[in-house]
Design a binder for this molecule. Sequence first.
Ligand code: GLA
Length: 356
Amino acid sequence: MAGAGVGRGGGVEVEAVAPGRVNLIGEHTDTTGGLVLPMAIDRVTTVTGRRGGDEVRLRSVEVAGEAVVPIDPAAWGAPSTVEPPWARYVAAVVAEVRPAAGLVGEVRTSLPVGGGLSSSAALEVAVALALGFEGPPLALAQACRRAEQRASGVPCGIMDQLASAAGVQGSALLVDCHDLTVVPVALPAEARVVVVDSGQARELAGSAYAERVAQLHAVEEVVGPLRLVASPDELARVDDRVLRGRARHVVTENARVRAFVAALAAGDLADAGALLVASHTSLRDDLEVSTPVLDALVERLLGLPGVRGARLTGAGFGGCVVALCDPGTELPDDLDAWWVSPAAGAHVEERRPGST
Ligand code: GLA
């Protein structure tokens, strides 16, 4: 007999693992169907537990508080009102997945929480799999992107959740955010990737991010889809100087992604590094999502032997810088740096009661 409160699918023990991501290049392009080149990394969030009952009850090893979320969303209303704040992501995933049974267990992570390596996307993807989400990585990413939007109110693109769901060991992922194709792009054997935390919390990132998305869509009303604009010259029709700059970032960034993929294929780290620097300049001057702290960190990294290129990664307004380096590059001890490798995407193991 099933235990009290064990619903359909109850009793199954699960371990779901989802990686964080770092974006190599293609920043703030996913919301206009552009190109991005993230990679899933070897730092993960893991959800372990036993399915059953009618609520999801998870405690976190690293973060205070417990997520207690009834599987019937009618019991709790909007995810954005759930406490503690990290439980909002759990609630939003519950609302997307609508699991048949709850889950009691634990979350642990080797990602810095809120540190710009998509810890929230990793949490969403791991929780969705632990709750029994079934479907291909793209459908998983789409559900988790909707969950992120519900939980945070930020109109994010698909990059973070798709990188976590569809990661490929040894490769970055070239994602066309319009047709949602994912092509693995192998990193050259001599490429090393490091993420350096600026120490600057990404405050205001949500509203400034939403403003950038709205500005890009406003330009698209005038010039059509930015992903189809081949040259910044075509933006001359945009009268507003600020909006023209926003759009110029996207148009030039899409071109840089293509050039970066070609540079990797040719094993040309000098070219690839220069493209990272150009991306940062564009994010700083045209999209205006950098900060003096990020700019100074990029400059400092570029002055170090072995560093081929560096730029802010993720939404900006604080957070992390990514750098492409030669093997053996040493960074000063005072930098908060993690060397990362391209890793496989999310996966789940299920053990049924009575099975070995
Ligand atoms: C955040 C969003 C992504 C993407 C990046 C910027 O990480 O979640 O969808 O827009 O910012 O490239």
